[in-house]
Write a protein that binds this ligand. Structure first.
Ligand SMILES: Nc1ncnc2c1ncn2[C@@H]1O[C@H](COP(=O)(O)OP(=O)(O)OP(=O)(O)O)[C@@H](O)[C@H]1O
Ligand SMILES: [Mg+2]
Length: 279
């Protein structure tokens, strides 16, 4: 709607995991490096935690798109499974190995585990490994699901894990896993994402505008600092506010997004965008 007015080729602040918009701040590149290491070096399992909206899903998706489909098969579960069977079925289904067994007895946990192991072994002989990402893992309520997750890590040959497992979730995930000693011990790599600093928030906004085609800065530094204050440096919230400012500035025929526009956006978009989000 406002793209042409602001001389943009596309919207700069969409809440999607478009890798062109990735800002590689040290914490994000370190997390990506550690997760890549986990998969490529066959370390077994990793866990990435962080507050809501700080970029976990973005990093996990970036990891997947950076790995070759010839070498890896992916299962990305972006909702918490409600039972062990559902979890295993989702893994088998999303890895697209084969049709699920027709007979009811074969849908039981043990049978699912058995067929999954056989399929992973077949793939391993052909030089392919599975990468299973469980996003929103902090919402898993039933410890028996974590137990199934742990069982998958028993799928090994003499020298290699048959899959890499990446748990992704909000900070309480770390507490849940810490209570499950056997699972905790198997997590070889951990990373944690925090909100952006003031400087990072400035770079974040300017970089996204640049990728979207804007040549000159749009937000003066003092407004970027207000944006940081209002969002706590959470990228998803920064996206909401910047989008609201672009819209308001367009409606008011502004030339830059000054403090007045920022405050005006707050009045127009109100609590949906400008009050702290609850996790
Ligand atoms: N490093 C980054 N570079 C560019 N954009 C980012 C970055 N981190 C986050 N974002 C933006 O913030 C949005 C929200 O991030 P994301 O969905 O990955 O958060 P999350 O940590 O998974 O949150 P939740 O806990 O609510 O699932 C992304 O869609 C993206 O637009
Ligand atoms: Mg997410």
């Amino acid at each position: 709607m406002y793209e042409a007015y602001w001389k943009l080729k596309e919207k700069p602040f969409k809440n999607t995991a478009d890798p062109r918009f990735l800002c590689s701040f040290p914490q994000h590149s370190d997390a990506l490096m550690k997760l890549t290491y986990t998969v490529r070096e066959n370390m077994g399992a990793a866990m990435m935690t962080g507050v809501f909206g700080c970029g976990k899903t973005f990093i996990a998706r970036t990891l997947i798109s950076s790995l070759s489909e010839n070498r890896y098969a992916f299962a990305y579960l972006n909702y918490p499974p409600v039972s062990g069977v559902e979890f295993l079925r989702a893994v088998v289904r999303t890895l697209k190995y084969s049709e699920l067994p027709e007979k009811k007895t074969e849908l039981l946990e043990d049978a699912l585990l058995e067929s999954l192991q056989a399929l992973l072994l077949d793939d391993s002989r052909e030089g392919k490994e599975a990468v299973i990402v469980i996003d929103e893992a902090h919402s898993i309520e039933d410890d028996r699901i974590f137990e199934k997750i742990r069982l998958l890590l028993n799928f090994q040959t003499e020298s290699r894990f048959l899959l890499s497992l990446i748990l992704v979730g909000q900070p309480e995930l770390a507490g849940k896993v810490a209570n499950l000693r056997q699972l905790e011990q198997r997590i070889a790599v951990k990373c944690h994402l925090e909100a952006l600093t003031v400087e990072e928030t400035r770079d974040y906004v300017n970089r996204r505008l640049e990728v979207a085609g804007r040549k000159d800065p749009l937000f003066p530094d003092e407004v970027l600092d207000l944006i940081h204050q209002a969002t706590g440096g959470i990228p998803r919230r920064i996206n909401h506010i910047c989008d609201a400012c672009l819209m308001t500035g367009f409606a008011r025929k502004k030339e830059i997004l000054d403090e007045e526009t920022f405050r005006e956006s707050g009045k127009i978009f109100g609590s949906t965008v400008f009050t702290p989000e609850k996790s």
